[in-house]
Design a protein around this ligand. Structure first.
Ligand code: TPP
Length: 695
């Protein structure tokens, strides 16, 4: 192995040696503790340390890193206290995730380390979002994201690199090519000769280096970092290395030819570097022994502290409370002159985003204070646009992203004119990379931005599903990082658009703790709820029914206002039956009611599906004792089942009939307008209500 120290001082070379030795010695200790049953799982990075250590040493301390499961050197490189790391691995409350996460699946905002999820690839796009934030703030920073060579086969790898390239983001993507996925050798994973060659396909630079040579890694990252910052470009680095132990300790290494271990043992990053330092006279045998003893003592001392955690006593209230980030004054736009001043000072760091998108304080004031109490007749679609526009004016840190939302104005023209008003940096056309854009939206949160992503159609969320379900929804509960993201979901049928442009998929998200799901039915609510969603620091799925866009109008306050998330609305009072519904269902219920003046119907519009307004549901049930839940979504597994179960558990004594559901057919939604009508819940509303009335 050739080491070239370039202009590094002896002290710097020794520091790198210590940084390299620390994770190795921690791991050796962990393997002992694992055998003693004191920690539950261990993913070894033995043999690969030079990559994590070299990369971390070459970065500024406040540049975000996105490590994977073999990158202990990132955590030690960021000087995370060992005692707390031990607590983390033992699942203790005072670790980094309050006992909620295992092994390396945690992050620390304080150390600018973003925790991975098991799914590997999704990590990469979050780095795009962080680097977008750096770019918008004109900061000289890069983010660095790791992946194993196995993870490069995931679509997320492709999407993250493509978005970084198209948006000229200063991200360094590191591939640790250690020869194997879990057990699958590279020959069964891909056909290209070098993964670094893939860079060309994305229009970025790429290089393959010896990942076991700490000086090569360090020097390469230093140089690439400068390149990324100066040229505002991403870079792909493939680091060749080898995994000296099994995927995790229980899985063994039977599938690896033994000669490979002999070969790579000779290339061990620590032994080789140590030999080099000894040979150069920078270290002596004695100083090596001293350093090892020092580290050993340090580890033992930290372990003593790490072992002092009290046992966890589960507190359900705390578990549930930690699901959502608490709204702070930073999440809301200012409402007084002083507050505006404070806010402008606080967001000073955002003020450089562009020159053309900055809104003068006076404009922000007029949006907040407005000509009070004025209302204008608006279509549903215009109320949404209104909410977006006012929010863009008031939140200088709000970024819109979506396919064709800039010059084209979006598939439904909701952001028409926005790019002229707020600039291309804040109104961003995206490639067709739903997963990466959701990931980038989360990355923006890490750097204090708010993001709204427009799904062109709610149906397409399936290709961004993983990021929403596993990253956005869980990140706050896992390690306290919030996801300040709204995903706009043009949803629903009745427009003759067939199975892939008409689905109702809100129930998928209602089943995911950590998300909020909002679904307005009127123009007034659509504005107020969207503003509330934007001001909420948590991930909100905002469903907007396409069939209502231009068919429904109503009076909408001109002022900037919030409609509280989690509160249902009584649409009509009645005594005979109660219809609990949302979205298009509200209009179906009103329509039915108007045509049947002999039936007195209580109509409740849920408005928010997660969290549900149980008080309002109970009140509405108690009014009549005969309840119908109506939704456009299909029946099985729909929200109706959940609400019906809750009512039977909590209001049974007040019921005069079984809770009934009226939902769409359990088939895909068909294209032909007659078939679609037949599919829709509305076609069975009359008969279901009759059954309920006659019970
Ligand atoms: C989406 C997904 N599929 C499968 C797995 C199971 N799994 C965990 S690690 C791993 C191998 C990863 O290989 P690589 O990316 O090369 O990283 P390495 O473990 O070799 O460092 C697999 C298949 C997973 N975690 N996520």
């Amino acid at each position: 192995m050739n080491f070239d120290k370039k202009n590094l001082s002896d002290q710097e070379l020794i520091t790198l040696y210590k940084d390299l030795l620390l994770p190795r010695m921690i791991e050796e200790k962990m393997l002992v503790l694992l055998r003693q049953g004191k920690i539950s799982k261990w993913f070894s990075g033995i043999g690969q340390e030079a990559i994590a250590v070299g990369v971390t040493a070459a970065l500024q301390q406040d540049e975000w890193i996105f490590p994977m499961h073999r990158n202990l050197g990132v955590f030690t490189g960021r000087k995370m206290p060992l005692s707390k790391l031990f607590k983390q691995w033992q699942g203790n409350k005072d670790g980094y995730s309050k006992g909620r996460e295992r092994s390396f699946h945690f992050g620390s905002k304080e150390h600018y380390v973003c925790g991975m999820i098991s799914h590997l690839g999704p990590q990469l796009a979050i780095a795009d979002g962080v680097s977008l934030a750096y770019k918008l703030k004109h900061q000289n920073k890069v983010s660095v994201a790791f992946t194993g060579e196995g993870g490069t086969s995931e679509g997320d790898f492709h999407e993250a690199l493509n978005v970084a390239a198209v948006w000229d983001l200063p991200v360094i993507f590191i591939i640790e090519n250690n020869g194997y996925g879990l057990s699958t050798p590279v020959s069964e994973q891909f056909r290209c000769f070098s993964l670094a060659d893939k860079a060309k396909g994305y229009g970025m630079e790429g290089i393959r280096i010896d990942g076991n040579n700490i000086l090569e890694v360090y020097d390469t990252i230093k140089g690439v970092r400068e390149y990324c910052i100066n040229n505002q470009k991403p870079y792909l680095i493939e680091c060749m290395t080898f995994r000296m132990r099994g995927h995790e300790e229980a899985s063994g290494v039977k599938y690896v030819p033994p000669e490979l271990f002999t070969l790579w043992e000779k290339k061990d990053p620590i032994k080789n570097y140590e030999a080099y330092l000894l040979n150069e006279g920078i270290l002596t045998e004695q100083s090596v022994t001293n350093i090892r003893n020092e580290i050993k003592e340090h580890i033992e001392a930290e372990l003593v502290i790490g072992n002092q955690s009290a046992p966890i006593h589960p507190d359900t209230a705390e578990e549930v409370n930690d699901l959502y980030a608490v709204k702070t004054t930073d999440d809301r736009p200012p409402t007084t002159d002083t507050a505006i001043e404070i806010r402008n000072k606080k967001v000073g760091r955002f003020a450089k985003m562009t020159t053309d998108n900055r809104q003068p304080t006076t404009e922000a004031q007029s949006v907040v204070h407005g000509p009070s109490s004025m209302v204008t007749e608006k279509r549903f679609v215009d109320a949404i646009s209104d909410a977006l526009k006012q929010s863009m004016q008031l939140h200088p840190n709000l970024i819109l992203m979506g396919q064709d939302i800039a010059a084209y104005g979006g598939a439904f023209k909701i952001t028409e004119g926005f790019v002229q008003q707020f600039g291309k940096e804040r109104v961003r056309n995206t490639p067709i990379c739903e997963s990466a854009i959701v990931g980038a939206a989360l990355g923006l949160s890490l750097e204090g931005y708010k993001a709204i992503m427009e799904m062109q159609f709610a149906d397409f969320v399936t290709v961004g599903f993983n990021q929403i379900i596993n990253n956005l929804a869980k990140i706050h509960y896992r390690w306290g990082q919030n996801a300040d993201v709204v995903i706009r979901m043009p949803t629903g049928g009745g427009v003759g658009a067939g199975p892939f442009h008409s689905q109702s998929n809100e129930a998928w998200f209602v089943h995911t703790p950590g998300l909020k799901v909002v679904y307005p039915s009127t123009p007034e609510d659509s504005k107020g709820l969207l503003i509330a969603a934007i001001n909420d620091p948590n991930p909100v799925l905002y469903f907007e029914h396409k069939a209502l866009y231009r068919s429904i109008s109503g009076l909408v306050p001109d002022d900037y206002y919030e409609t509280e998330i989690g509160k249902a609305r009584t649409v009509d009072e009645g005594d005979d039956i109660t219809i609990i519904t949302y979205g298009a269902g509200v209009h179906w219920a009103m329509d039915y009611s108007a045509k049947h003046s002999n039936i007195s119907i209580e109509i409740l519009d849920l408005r928010t599906l997660l969290p549900l307004d149980y008080d309002a549901i109970k009140k509405a049930v108690l009014k009549t004792g005969k309840v119908l839940i109506l939704h456009e979504d299909t029946l099985v597994g729909g929200i109706g089942g959940e609400i019906a179960a809750w009512i039977s558990e909590n209001c049974f004594a007040h019921l005069d009939a079984p809770v009934m559901r009226c939902a769409s057919l359990d088939t895909p939604i068909p294209f032909n307008i007659e078939l679609e009508k037949n599919f829709m819940a509305y076609s069975r509303l009359e008969e279901t209500i009759e059954r309920l009335l006659n019970y």
